[in-house]
Ligand binder design. Structure first.
Ligand SMILES: Nc1ncnc2c1ncn2[C@@H]1O[C@H](COP(=O)(O)OP(=O)(O)OP(=O)(O)O)[C@@H](O)[C@H]1O
Ligand SMILES: Cc1ncc(CO)c(N)n1
Length: 271
């Protein structure tokens, strides 16, 4: 059984963070493990509290996994502080892990900060150079690269800058694009650009889309898939999850992590 680790924050509401990651790992049939960086009190309306773990607690969770179970691929999500980023980067180097998916989580949909401002330098200098792939949304890419991203050309210029920072591959996600009909994700491996677009679903239930998407990439990489193939599967996974989104709570509800597997099972049964 292939094993995937998420190093991220807990979302008590279950739609994003560690909970979204583990649900996604399960659906894609890899064994899911977690190292929790912070506990958030969160629901569909927003983030009501952030309670970071000590850096030691994060390091110890990762050591416990590494020293017994092992990791085929890992993703990082909410890392919260420069100290946690430094420590996690050091462990990745020590354990010689290569299948690293970095989702540079900064701000929750309601506007709450999930990464301290002073941690951005550590993200750029320590963690991004270790990444097999980084998966920023447009606002995150703008902050990390320091440029406005409005056009296709801007996206491509930003993607090149991520490779210059040391990422081996990048996907700049299109959830925040201005286009009302389509979402366009740009994948770049340092050589060629590839665009993956899908119909934009008109729904407010998009809580945790970024977490789910990067977790799906991680699961596929853990199974030995090439990075670009993993991105293609992740795009299908998130599209199905958003199409069958769940109306829970009074704000941004979650996506449906079961939808992708359900469709595959249905095809298997009925084709
Ligand atoms: N309304 C939508 N319809 C279809 N696909 C969407 C929609 N919103 C986002 N996506 C897709 O979901 C994935 C995640 O993109 P997005 O830009 O929303 O990430 P994010 O902002 O990091 O998410 P979050 O911070 O909520 O976890 C991308 O593949 C994007 O194209
Ligand atoms: C814990 C956590 N991680 C990531 C996100 C971004 O969706 C969130 N809202 N909460």
């Amino acid at each position: 059984m292939r094993k995937a680790l998420t190093i991220a924050g807990s979302d008590s509401g279950g739609g994003a963070g560690i909970q979204a990651d583990l649900k996604t790992f399960q659906e894609l049939e890899v064994y899911g493990m977690s190292a929790i960086t912070a506990v958030t009190a969160q629901n569909t309306l927003g983030v009501q509290g952030v309670y970071p773990m000590s850096t030691d607690a994060v390091v110890q969770q990762i050591n416990s996994i590494a020293n017994d179970i092992g990791v085929d691929a890992l993703k990082t999500g909410m890392l919260f502080s420069a100290d946690i980023i430094d420590a996690v980067s050091q462990q990745i180097t020590e354990y010689n892990w290569r299948n690293i998916v970095v989702d540079p989580v900064m701000i929750a949909k309601g506007g709450a900060s999930l990464l301290q401002q002073e941690a951005i330098a550590a993200l750029k200098q320590k963690l991004i150079p270790l990444s097999l792939i980084i998966t920023p949304n447009i606002p995150e890419a703008e902050v990390i690269i320091g440029m406005e991203i409005k056009t296709k050309e801007d996206k491509e210029a930003a993607a090149k800058k991520f490779i210059e920072l040391g990422a081996k591959n990048v996907v700049i996600k299109g959830g925040h694009d201005a286009d009302p009909l389509e979402t366009m994700d740009l994948f770049f491996d340092g050589c060629e650009f590839a665009y993956y677009s899908s119909k934009r679903i008109d729904t407010q239930n998009t809580h945790g889309t970024g977490c789910t998407f990067s977790a799906a990439i991680t699961a596929e990489i853990a199974k030995g898939k090439k990075v670009q193939e993993a991105v293609i599967t992740a795009k299908d996974f998130i599209q199905a999850a958003i199409e069958e989104n769940i109306s829970l709570g009074n704000g941004h509800g979650p996506t449906n992590h079961w939808a992708y597997k359900k469709r595959i099972l249905q095809k298997g049964l009925f084709v």
